[in-house]
Design a binder for this molecule. Structure first.
Ligand code: CP
Length: 332
């Protein structure tokens, strides 16, 4: 039995097959592949797209989704083994994952980092504990990676470009008043390189490089495709000739848990906003973002409302790729 925790565990061929199923499901949305089946959606964090697309997706396949918010409408969970549970947690993930596996055919989990200690957060303990104790496939709905978003991004770019090999992809850091999760940036870097694109990571300084695990994975995928992953801190040269601009904000890993020290550095980088002047430097690039996005902070109104902005298509494709994913995992 395979989980879907990271696309690192799935080959390019397997991902291509899932995207093909997603394309078929986009044409013919109502199917019966989840008839009599169910999925538990466990949310430790907020969501608009992920929750809606999984719930509607399960329903369109004839299945049932149940949403649980630990600490709100479900018991607060502990996940460390050997912990004396004398705090707020009423239940251990060991029992929760086993019990949900008796009721449901799939378990999906969203659990963002705690943003205090990257060395702890990068272990991704919560979803790994679910995967260890569940007897059904576990899906990552965003932890330190966001693999469902990766599938949607890949599908959306394929709709625009066809074959993605050798297309010029720029992942640009953008300003946000708060430090955000690196998950989507890690994921965008991995899927773009895995699909054979010519990838540039544009960020303000070395402080904003991503975790070595994801930088190295992206370098390996790039090398396999005959490219070299480019890191740039120069906005103009990074945008020049880009065919796809993907934006995301994230917190600097060396300052993890010391965010008051990072704030002046981040505040000095507001010019990384994606605007029409930067987009004019590109090779008629498409623009996208995983959403939610703060307008006129991360990208301007003009960029968000332009014909080249495909962020809404990408959000729609979350529905189709997750239906393909659920079907794939249930058929294994
Ligand atoms: N992109 C994404 O995962 O959106 P939500 O946080 O709204 O689910």
């Amino acid at each position: 039995m395979r989980h879907f925790l990271s696309t690192e565990d799935w080959s390019g061929v397997e991902i291509a097959q899932m995207l093909e199923v997603a394309t078929q499901l986009k044409r013919q949305p109502l199917q019966t592949t989840m008839q009599g089946k169910s999925i538990a959606l466990v949310f430790f964090n907020n969501s608009l797209r992920t929750r809606t697309s999984f719930e509607i997706g399960a329903w369109q396949l004839g299945g049932k989704a149940i949403v649980l918010n630990p600490g709100k409408d479900a018991w607060p969970l502990a996940y460390d083994f050997g912990a004396v549970m004398d705090g707020t947690a009423e239940e251990h993930v060991a029992e929760a994952a086993q019990v949900l596996s008796r009721y449901c055919d799939l378990i999906a989990v969203r659990c963002f980092p705690a943003f205090q200690n990257w060395e702890l957060d990068r272990e991704d303990k919560v979803i790994n504990a679910f995967a260890e104790h569940a007897s059904v496939p576990v899906i990552n709905m965003e932890t330190i990676v966001h693999p469902c978003q990766e599938l949607a991004l890949a599908m959306t770019m394929q709709e625009q470009f066809g074959n993605l090999e050798n297309r010029k992809f720029v992942l640009t850091w953008t300003y946000h008043p708060r430090p955000l999760n690196t998950a989507v940036a890690n994921s965008a870097l991995m899927i773009a390189t895995k699909m054979g694109m010519d990838v540039t990571l544009l960020c303000p300084s070395e402080d904003y490089l991503l975790d070595a695990r994801f930088m190295e994975a992206a370098q390996d995928y790039s090398a396999a495709a005959g490219h070299q992953l480019t890191v740039s801190h120069d906005i103009e040269s990074a945008y020049a000739n880009a065919e796809m601009v993907y934006a995301k904000s994230w917190g600097a890993l060396p300052y993890f848990g010391r965010w008051e020290e990072e704030k002046p550095i981040r505040d000095a980088c507001q010019h990384f906003i994606v605007d029409e002047k930067k987009m004019a430097l590109t090779n008629k690039a498409r623009f996208s973002h995983c959403l939610p996005l703060r307008r006129n902070v991360k990208a301007t109104d003009v960029v968000m409302d332009a014909d080249y902005c495909i962020a809404i298509d990408e959000a729609e494709n979350r529905l189709h790729v997750q239906k393909a994913l659920m079907t794939t995992l249930l058929n294994q």
